[in-house]
Design a protein around this ligand. Structure first.
Ligand SMILES: [Zn+2]
Length: 79
């Protein structure tokens, strides 16, 4: 096996998060939502009332876990 044969990492893929005003996907870090022109980072009534806060938290945990898995794989260590 070659040491240089690590799979390419998908770090270039944009991360999408929900606009907290209109519940549509925007790029992570977006402040002004391109869909509703609202503040995508400010939690709106609909976002909170319909439980999206929990969904987004779960997605964030999944992403962190994936990143940790990739990190571990990239170092070639096994647990
Ligand atoms: Zn929006």
């Amino acid at each position: 096996m070659s040491a240089g044969a690590l799979p390419p990492r998908a770090k270039a893929a944009p991360v999408l998060v929900l606009c907290r005003q209109c519940i549509r996907y925007v790029f992570e870090g977006t402040v002004v939502c391109p869909h509703c022109s609202g503040n995508a980072r400010e939690i709106g009534e609909r976002y909170r009332d319909e439980g999206y806060l929990g969904i987004e938290t779960i997605q964030r945990i999944d992403r962190l876990r994936d990143a940790a898995d990739e990190d571990r794989a990239a170092r070639g260590t096994k647990t």
